[in-house]
Design a protein around this ligand. Structure first.
Ligand SMILES: [Zn+2]
Length: 74
């Protein structure tokens, strides 16, 4: 017996990183792309995804640096 909550799932767009709810009635958004990026041509979306993954990496690195400041030893 599957329990499906009535509330929408919050997803992160692969292309722009935006948080969006899915599924939303009347919205063209897919599981991986928000309704903005769904309208973008596939080749362009690929580039957006590449850039977004770099931004995500940088954000993670930044977070790590903030958690553990690189204090000079000695
Ligand atoms: Zn998007």
């Amino acid at each position: 017996m599957e329990k499906i909550s009535s509330s929408q799932r919050l997803r992160t767009c692969r292309a722009c990183g935006k948080k969006f709810e899915y599924p939303v009635k009347g919205s063209a958004a897919t599981r991986h792309h928000c309704d903005d990026c769904v309208a973008v041509p596939a080749e362009m979306r690929k580039i957006l995804e590449r850039l977004n993954s770099r931004v995500t990496q940088l954000e993670n690195q930044l977070r790590r640096l903030q958690e553990k400041p690189a204090a000079p030893s000695s």
